[in-house]
Design a protein around this ligand. Structure first.
Ligand code: KIV
Length: 261
């Protein structure tokens, strides 16, 4: 398993870091056999695994359930998203929730945004909890942002995200996800910070990339954001397999004699 020290070394030596989201046992087993550097059990699981419209529906039990399933299949470094408002329900609740995520198998947590979080992140990182920051498009604030759109496009927001990245590093974050920001901003942040940046929809200049597993496998036939590269036409391949199985059953081609005994 790679550690946060190795991620830091990878940045220092110019080696890119690959991260992919994962929520379940069987895909974590495949990821475990891959060369991917780290796994993010993202709160995007609320959307892609449970069909909710936003990540706001992810809650701590759901996250722990997914982390535990992933952990049973992989020895990769696991980052778990802290669900919406979990850090706003009091310190005891926060520490209990993080305890649950770590007992389930997480090695680090990810927290969205900097405003109002810096003191808390500082305390967490001083308590032995590796924290990944997340700036730019922060999906838990979708109701405030008004849509899944690029952030940091005007000067004020560009400077704010840049300043926040420095503050998160100072608070002790070991890495920061930059989501949906212009590449000149992610380049400026990446060049300035000592900790690695991991981009999604943030161009090629970040120290690493993260993609949602179901996006890179092409599992949703209706979702084609510009920043996603589909490495598999998963939807079509699985549909074809299911229909072939169906045909075989109907035509009495399955099971064969060999498959029956
Ligand atoms: O939940 C998630 O999948 C994420 C990634 C998009 C970075 O936060």
């Amino acid at each position: 398993m790679k550690s946060i020290l190795e991620f830091g070394k990878m940045k220092a030596t110019g080696k890119k870091i690959s991260v992919v989201t994962c929520y379940d046992f069987w895909s974590a087993k495949i990821i475990d056999d891959s060369n991917i550097d780290a796994v993010l059990v993202g709160d995007s699981g609320a959307m892609v695994m449970h069909g909710f419209e936003t990540t706001i529906n992810a809650e701590i039990n759901m996250m722990c359930y997914h982390v535990a399933a992933v952990k049973r299949a992989t020895k990769k470094f696991i980052i778990a998203d802290l669900p919406f408002l979990e850090h706003k329900k009091g310190k005891e609740n926060l520490f209990n929730s993080i305890d649950l995520l770590f007992k389930a198998g997480a090695n680090a947590i990810k927290i969205e945004g900097a405003d109002g979080n810096l003191e808390m992140i500082n305390e967490l990182t001083q308590s032995g909890i590796p924290v990944m920051g997340h700036l730019g498009l922060v999906p838990q604030s979708i109701n405030q942002l008004g849509g899944y759109k690029k952030q940091g496009s005007n000067e004020k927001s560009f400077n704010k995200i840049f300043d926040d990245s420095l503050k998160l590093q100072d608070a002790g974050c070991f890495s920061i996800v930059l989501e949906m920001v212009p590449s000149d901003l992610s380049k400026k942040i990446t060049n300035k910070l000592e900790i690695p940046t991991i981009g999604i929809g943030a161009g090629a200049e970040t120290d690493g990339q993260v993609l949602v597993l179901t996006d890179l496998l092409g599992m949703d036939k209706d979702f084609h954001p510009k920043f996603v590269r589909k490495y598999l036409q998963g939807y079509n391949l699985i549909l074809e397999a299911l229909n072939t199985y169906n045909d075989d059953v109907k035509k009495k081609n399955f099971p064969s004699l060999r498959e029956s005994n």
